[in-house]
Structures are given as structure tokens and as C-alpha cells.
Design a protein around this ligand. Structure first.
Ligand code: G3H
Ligand code: 13P
Ligand code: ZN
Length: 312
């Protein structure tokens, strides 16, 4: 299946526009109809480009045919600038499978491999993907936290700015995710004073001017969702994300894709918990699923306007 038949685009022009106009394209993860529809409605209503990110475990959860049916059902047109992206692809085969399904962009995550093995794997994926005009993201440096249901890393290592030019030249990658202190999940920082390593970002951006850089693990963990979750029976202590002003600063320094998954999970969970707790007599799933969906929509609109600055 050619992704163009779905009305999807790859990320090439999206990132060129983002770099030229100093904003970041949001990459929001989805895993069912409610999350997908909320994200796409937010992008449409703000006229923002958007990257629909699917992890390997989310793909397994939805199933290949159901995913394609849902993308088909969006009735996208190329001028809406929507990409379908494999998040944290773990192997060449996984990327090929996504491309065959109709993804317009894939990430090959060889970040835990030694430099040469990561570069070789990335090169192999790039050679295949480019035959189909599909974009490739890769990663140098590792983030801590849960990346996928199956992979969890307790340690992190910052990206070495001296490696990036060599890696990009060797691989032909279209964008590069770097590690500057963000991490996956809802427990990112011990205190509010912890800053991202802007010195590393600055050094990387100087090495790779006009090259699309990507920030994973960039949820801001909005306080109101954590509060609502805890108020209505949840237990999330010390959840803390990346401060929005730090994300905005990163956007001005060549970060042109920002990945957000945890914020949508929090938004959805807060909506469902509140709806169930305040309407104990109700047993209609459409009501509580819709509460989750509305929360995701509102949060995506807010982040598009105030963090990514990719839409109005
Ligand atoms: O960074 C990746 C996502 O948060 C994916 O998580 O495998 O549970 O969908 P998941
Ligand atoms: P968060 O856990 O910060 O939302 O990160 C998501 C991500 O990086 C997906 O690839
Ligand atoms: Zn990630």
C-alpha cells in the first residue's frame, strides 16, 4: 500500500517548513479510535501539521487492518500535512512491515547499539525506505524510561556532538533524535530546577545547521491531569515533566519534532476517572471514553499553540 493513497505525506517538507519558521511538528502517539480522532481534530482545528506516531506495541494492539481502516476513515488530503510514523522501530523487518502497511515515516531506533552497528542498521533502513519516498528518523544517545512495552532503560547517555555529522553522513538519515536530558514516561525530573542540556543541543545544532533534530520523552505532564487522576482514585506521586518554557527554547534551536505520548495518556485517564467517579450510575462506555477523548483534544490544541507553535 502506498501511503499517498491514504492522503498522507512524508516528513521532508514538514521539517523544512518547521526549520524555516521556527516551530516543531507535534508527534502524538495513538492506539485506538478515540486517541486518533482527538489528535487529528486538534491538528485540523489549529491548521497544524501532525505526525501520527504508532509504537510497535500499539500496532500490535490495534492490528494491521484495523489501523489501516482507521487511517482510511480520516479522509486525509496531502495539504493537511499528516504523516503516519513508526515510533521506536526496533529492527529492519519492523520498518519494512510498517512501510508495506502504508506508513510514510519510520524511526529505526539503534540507540542502544554501538555507534557503527547503529549506523549500519540505520543505513540499511534508509536505503529501503528511500526507494518508497518514506522518511527515516534515527537516534544517537539513549533516553531513560519506558520506550515501548518491551523495552525499558534505567540509564541514559547524552548525545556526543562530535558524533553527529559522521552519523548523518554515514546513514543518510532524514532526522536525528538526540538525548539532552528528556526521558520517557511521567516521572522525568526529581525537581523543577532540573534543566535540559542546552549546551549539548547548541553544540549539535552548530554541527548540523538546518538539519531536523527530534526530541523524544518531551511530555510536560500537565499538573491538572495528575491532580484529577489522584483526586479520583489514582495514585501518581511525584509525576513531573519537561517545563513548557524549556521546550519552547529547544524549538528555537532546531528541534523540529517533539514527541508526546504520556500527556495524552494522562489526559485520557483523568477524563475517564473523573467521569466514572462523578457518574457512578452510568455504565455507557461512550460517555467516559468521550471524556478522555475531549481531554486529549484540548491538551493537543494547547500544546500545538503554546509549545510546538505549529498552529493557531
Ligand atoms: O516512546 C514510546 C511510547 O511512549 C510508546 O509506548 O509501547 O506503551 O505504546 P507503548
Ligand atoms: P513521553 O513519554 O514524554 O510522552 O515521550 C513520548 C515519546 O518519546 C514517544 O516516542
Ligand atoms: Zn520516544
Amino acid at each position: 500500500m502506498d501511503y499517498k493513497d491514504f492522503g498522507l505525506v512524508n516528513t521532508k517538507q514538514m521539517f523544512a517548513n518547521a526549520l524555516a519558521n521556527h516551530y516543531a511538528v507535534p508527534a502524538f502517539n495513538f492506539y485506538n479510535m478515540e486517541t486518533l480522532v482527538a489528535i487529528v481534530a486538534a491538528a485540523r482545528d489549529t491548521h497544524s501539521p501532525v505526525i501520527l506516531a504508532v509504537s510497535e506495541s500499539a500496532l500490535k494492539y490495534m492490528g494491521d487492518d484495523m489501523l489501516r481502516g482507521m487511517i482510511w476513515g480520516l479522509n486525509l488530503t496531502p495539504n493537511e500535512n499528516v504523516a503516519l510514523h513508526l515510533d521506536h522501530g526496533s529492527s529492519f523487518e519492523s520498518c519494512v512491515h510498517a512501510i508495506e502497511l502504508g506508513f510514510s515515516s519510520v524511526m529505526i531506533d539503534g540507540s542502544k547499539l554501538p555507534f557503527d552497528a547503529n549506523a549500519d542498521l540505520t543505513r540499511t533502513v534508509v536505503e529501503f525506505a528511500h526507494k518508497y519516498d518514506v522518511s527515516v528518523e534515527s537516534e544517537l544517545g539513549t533516553l531513560s524510561g519506558i520506550e515501548d512495552e518491551n523495552t525499558q532503560s534505567a540509564t541514559s547517555s547524552y548525545t556526543n556532538p562530535d558524533d553527529v555529522v559522521n552519523f548523518v553522513n554515514k546513514t543518510g538519515t532524514d532526522s536525528l533524535a538526540i538525548a539532552i536530558g528528556t526521558s520517557h514516561g511521567a516521572y522525568k525530573r526529581k525537581s523543577d530546577d532540573e534543566e535540559l542540556r542546552f549546551d549539548i543541543l547548541d553544540a549539535v545544532a552548530k554541527q548540523l545547521p538546518d538539519f531536523p533534530l527530534v526530541l523524544h520523552g518531551a511530555s510536560s505532564v500537565p499538573e491538572q491531569f495528575v491532580k484529577t487522576i489522584n483526586e479520583f482514585g489514582g495514585k501518581m506521586t511525584n509525576a513531573r515533566g519537561i517545563a513548557p518554557d524549556q521546550l519552547r527554547r529547544a524549538v528555537q534551536m532546531n528541534i523540529c519534532k517533539i514527541n508526546v505520548d504520556s500527556d495524552s495518556r494522562l489526559a485520557f485517564t483523568a477524563g475517564v476517572r473523573e467521569q466514572l467517579a462523578t457518574h457512578p450510575e452510568n455504565f455507557n462506555p461512550r460517555d467516559y471514553l468521550n471524556a478522555g477523548r475531549e481531554n486529549i483534544y484540548a491538551n493537543c490544541v494547547d500544546e500545538i499553540k503554546n509549545i510546538m507553535q505549529s498552529g493557531k
